[in-house]
Design a protein around this ligand. Structure first.
Ligand SMILES: [Zn+2]
Length: 318
């Protein structure tokens, strides 16, 4: 770590300490004039600190211009996306005094207030107002929440079981995949085709099967299993479709030959493509599924501050 970076790190922690904000994993969670912000410290090179403000509104061009002029040397303000502003501090080579983080955040909050941008107050978990805390909620960033909503989510979304067996999970995934193929077998027999949406069913069923038989819910095994089983199912489906079209052939070797002769590489690529599509459709369901959602709720609880962005007594250990 260079001298510039270590003084930046020191200024970053001092800002968190003096403001009473929550500092966790090189990130600060807090609020200024009730506007929630998240700050991240990057320690590569000369280092940088980025503040994010997510708000329901847009700063006027004049306000943005005057804010740019007010912020001192080394500061830049950017629009990350609609309603998300970033304040970035990058020390220049000749800069010697430590940056005024508190001053910059205060300027930003004042500008928001001057433009009458309302302080966000909708809980992403229940869509209601009058929040009593701030926390980082997946996809929504750091903002207002109800403590009760987070606690409720934590209770209902605890990982099914952290232990569990991979072998049982594999059996569950296999059974699930077979069940997931049933709709496609019907459409092949009745309509001589497979619907695109049907490709999302095998990965979903494999994942559910894995969970149902209490497979081990770690970060990778259920997803990898669901992906591999559904890939096999997709290729088998292509093969089965082909076999059904050429009834009478029974030997698997003949089938493969027929498949490559009739469909070739193009068909294989198409099958891979629909598998990617099916897995993509199923992905949303996976990430909302218990084990993974519980992981993100834990992150929310870890980043929880009071409504004014001050660290809670119980979370000052970081
Ligand atoms: Zn709520």
């Amino acid at each position: 770590m260079s001298a510039a970076t270590s003084s930046l790190t020191a200024a970053f922690s001092a800002f968190a300490r003096e403001g009473g904000y929550l500092l966790r994993d090189n990130r600060i969670y807090g609020a200024c004039r009730r506007y929630p912000f998240e700050a991240a410290l990057a320690s590569h090179g000369r280092g940088a600190v980025c503040f994010f403000f997510r708000i329901n509104g847009i700063l006027s061009t004049d306000r943005l211009k005057s804010l740019r002029e007010t912020l001192g040397q080394g500061w830049t303000i950017g629009v990350v996306s609609s309603g998300t502003y970033s304040l970035t501090y990058k020390p220049t080579r000749e800069q010697s005094e430590s940056p005024d983080f508190a001053g910059a955040v205060e300027h930003m909050a004042k500008a928001l207030q001057a433009d009458r941008i309302p302080v966000p107050d909708t809980c992403p978990l229940c869509q209601k107002a009058s929040c009593d805390a701030l926390a980082k909620v997946q996809d929504f960033g750091f903002g207002p929440v109800h403590r009760a909503c987070l606690r409720k989510a934590e209770k209902t979304l605890r990982p099914v079981r952290a232990s569990g067996s991979r072998a049982l999970g594999l059996i569950g995934a296999l059974l699930g995949t077979l069940v997931g193929l049933i709709p496609s077998i019907f459409t092949i027999v009745l309509l001589d085709r497979v619907f695109l949406l049907a490709y999302a069913i095998p990965p979903l069923c494999a994942f559910q099967g894995y969970k149902l038989l209490h497979g081990r819910m770690d970060r990778h095994a259920p997803l990898v299993t669901a992906a591999l089983f559904s890939l096999a199912a997709t290729l088998l489906l292509g093969l089965g479709h082909c076999a059904y079209a050429a009834q009478g052939l029974s030997a698997p070797a003949q089938l493969l030959e027929l498949w490559s002769a009739r469909y070739g590489l193009g068909e294989l690529l198409k099958e891979l493509l629909v598998w990617v599509f099916g897995s993509w459709l199923a992905w949303g369901q996976f990430s909302r599924s218990s084990g993974y959602a519980a992981h993100s709720i834990q992150t929310s609880l870890d980043t929880m501050t009071d409504r004014n962005g001050k660290a809670l007594a119980s979370s000052k250990r970081a």
